[in-house]
Ligand binder design. Structure first.
Ligand code: TXA
Ligand code: MG
Length: 321
């Protein structure tokens, strides 16, 4: 299949209306979207990504009204949606019957998110149906933050990529489960834990690797190893001590000011800003994964706010099988 890269929300909506998966920009990462009400279109998303059917998909919606039509909404869910939607927060809620088991992998709960990206919103407005959208990468690979990343991973497998430039946050949404009376953060992301606690009070953190690899899993797709480049990736909290002038080992410093001089030195943020570092993270990993480098060292971020999400993705990217 020939993959077209374009900037037309109408063209994207056309292919989606034909039951074809389309890559769409969101404010977090690019998503591989399909009509959530069309099961064969949803199945194509699993096929394109090589994703196991046991790993459920997030449903992207326009507004609170659509949320109430797809799931049972309690006070905490309504408060979180009012505070952070449209935006990078996914809520796991008890599903209504109109959501298929294919989407939720048989679970009684569905993940819902209302994205902020204006092109994605335009497509939702044109189609008037909810859209499933996992990150638009092959299973376990690095999430795409540009149309070029999507083309690199899924070119030839999908009809259309809607190019909205580089994603604002560069990291996937924060996921919170409201499945029972104890709210649990399943994936850290751009909306910080303290921002969430500011709205609904204390939450449980359920995203460290050990918990995620224990059965039964809270989020079936949150594997210990994920976001993996082909190049060996080593995490370090003391990059200066590890630094060597080797020609084929790359060193990624958190900020430019800390970067040692050398052609093998890179950085995540010019001025040490956590949001800028998150925005650049997957792009830097994909660029260094070109085959030129034998190994990449990456410095961990300060473990606060979105830095917790950066370190979570880095830990999974560095995990061995
Ligand atoms: O920012 C994002 O959330 C991006 C953009 C495209 O919206 N999407 C995204 O989707 O990251 P994906 O499929 O790559 O990651 C979603 C995670 C998976 O680990 C999946 O297992 C979990 O959410 N998930 C989805 N539905 C779930 C459900 N009903 N119960 C528990 N976990 C669920
Ligand atoms: Mg993903």
């Amino acid at each position: 299949m020939k993959t077209i890269v374009g900037t037309s929300a109408e063209d994207a909506a056309f292919w989606l209306s034909q039951g074809e998966p389309v890559a769409l920009p969101t404010e977090t990462v690019y998503g591989l979207a399909a009509d959530a009400m069309n099961t064969s279109a949803v199945e194509k998303v699993f096929e394109c990504k090589g994703r196991p059917k046991t790993n459920p998909l997030i449903v992207h919606i326009e507004d609170h009204e659509q949320m109430r039509s797809l799931a049972f909404v309690d006070g905490a869910a309504a408060d979180l949606a009012s505070a952070f939607w449209p935006g990078p927060l996914t809520l796991i809620l008890k599903k209504k019957d109109c959501i298929s088991d294919t989407i939720t992998a048989g679970s009684r709960f569905v993940a819902l998110r209302s994205p902020r990206n204006s092109l994605f919103k335009e497509v939702l407005r044109l189609l008037k149906v909810p859209l499933v959208a996992p990150s638009a990468n092959k299973f376990k690979e690095v999430s795409p933050t540009t149309a070029a990343h999507v083309l690199n991973g899924l070119g030839g497998k999908i009809a259309y990529i809607l190019d909205g430039g580089m994603c604002t946050y560069g990291l996937e949404s924060t996921i919170i489960s409201l499945a029972d009376s104890d709210p649990k953060i399943l994936r850290p992301g751009p909306i910080s834990i303290s921002e969430i606690e500011g709205v609904i009070g204390k939450v449980t953190l359920a995203f460290n690797a050990d918990e995620c690899d224990n059965a039964p899993k809270l989020a079936p797709g949150l594997f210990k190893k994920h976001y993996s480049p082909k190049t060996d990736l080593v995490l370090t909290s003391n990059i200066h001590a590890d630094y060597e002038t080797s020609k084929n080992v790359a060193f990624v410093f958190f900020s430019k000011s800390k970067a040692a001089y050398g052609d093998n030195c890179f950085y995540l943020s010019e001025c040490g800003d956590l949001f800028e570092a998150a925005h650049n993270l997957f792009d830097v990993i994909q660029r260094l994964d070109s085959g030129l480098w034998h190994k990449m060292y990456i410095e961990l971020a300060p473990n606060i706010d979105i830095g917790i999400a950066i370190n979570n993705r880095l830990t999974k990217a560095a995990a061995k099988d």
